[in-house]
Design a protein around this ligand. Structure first.
Ligand code: C5P
Length: 284
């Protein structure tokens, strides 16, 4: 039997850091939503007790460094599955981009193997397993739009933002999330986004208020390291995006646009400035 799972990218409409915790992680409060740029996973059972990952993308690890591999190994161990699996990863989401591509692949692997091996693991237990793989993985299991707290695993589902166009632009830089968090001084954050104001704007489908309430404290670390991220934000705004923000720890910048007529202008205007540009929609 062969099964397929989609692994969509996420963007952060907000990312606030409240404090550094004793366990080394940071206490966060962020609003995340899924977009329709997605990796596609094909999974089939192997009678041999092994995990094999392949991908068309030559630039990702296929061994235990790959989060999909880790997800398969975890579910096999926890549920004492003696069968193996072959996973083909059709990568579309750029890596080290702030779009949770690896986390979403891991979540899709957990969902897919739950089906393939007929394990009947309830959603809440899948999210608990997901926590062991990374802070963003539980959200990738949940999907939709949610406020994430704790280190990212405590989720409050909220309604989705009003439909709009999302333009993603990834500059040719790879950002390390641990490095960004390590450099963040929680006592010197200049501007915290208001999760409450953004949440209300989303619930009220107030597009302009959403655009004004976007905020990500990790910009204060990543942008001084890579000033081209700020240039990219300015170019997007100049071309007509109504709200712009860096997603996650970066470097991807997204722009929100309410009118389709503006999309082409922004897309074309970004050419030459940034080669990795995607026009996507929010997954509702
Ligand atoms: O949980 P995950 O493995 O995705 O996190 C990668 C790194 O990002 C962690 O090792 C930690 O350094 C940092 N991080 C953090 N606080 C969070 C999430 C991630 O400090 N809430």
């Amino acid at each position: 039997m062969k099964i397929y799972e989609k692994a969509p990218a996420k963007i952060n409409l907000s990312l606030d850091v409240l404090r550094k915790r004793e366990d080394g992680y940071h206490e966060v409060e962020m609003i995340m939503t899924m977009v329709d740029l997605a990796d596609r996973l094909e999974m089939s059972e192997l009678s041999r007790d092994t995990i094999i990952i392949t991908s068309q993308a030559g630039y990702i690890p296929l061994d235990e460094k790959n989060l999909a591999f880790q997800a398969a190994r975890l579910i096999k161990e926890k549920f004492d599955v003696k069968k193996g699996v072959y996973i083909h990863l059709d990568k579309k989401i750029p890596v080290s981009a702030g779009l949770a591509g690896g986390s979403s692949d891991a979540a899709a692997t957990l969902r897919g193997l739950n089906r393939l091996w007929e394990l009947n693991i309830p959603l809440n237990d899948l999210k608990k397993l997901a926590e062991e793989l990374g802070s963003d993985v539980p959200f990738c299991i949940e999907g939709g739009t949610a406020i994430a707290r704790g280190r990212g695993e405590i989720l409050e589902k909220i309604s989705s933002p009003p439909q709009c166009w999302v333009i993603l632009a990834k500059p040719p830089i790879n950002v390390s999330t641990p490095d960004v968090y390590r450099r963040l001084d929680v006592n010197k954050i200049n501007k915290h986004p208001s999760t409450e104001v953004l949440k209300n704007a989303i619930e009220n489908k107030d597009f302009q208020q959403i655009c004004h309430s976007l905020g990500n404290v990790l910009e204060e670390v990543t942008i001084p390291m890579y000033p081209q991220i700020n240039q990219l934000k300015e170019v997007m705004l100049r071309l007509g995006a109504e709200g712009v923000l860096m997603s996650g720890s970066g470097p991807t910048v997204f722009g929100l646009v309410s009118k389709q007529s503006k999309v082409k202008k922004i897309y074309n205007g970004l050419r030459g400035f940034c080669n990795n540009v995607y026009v996507v929609r929010i997954l509702t």
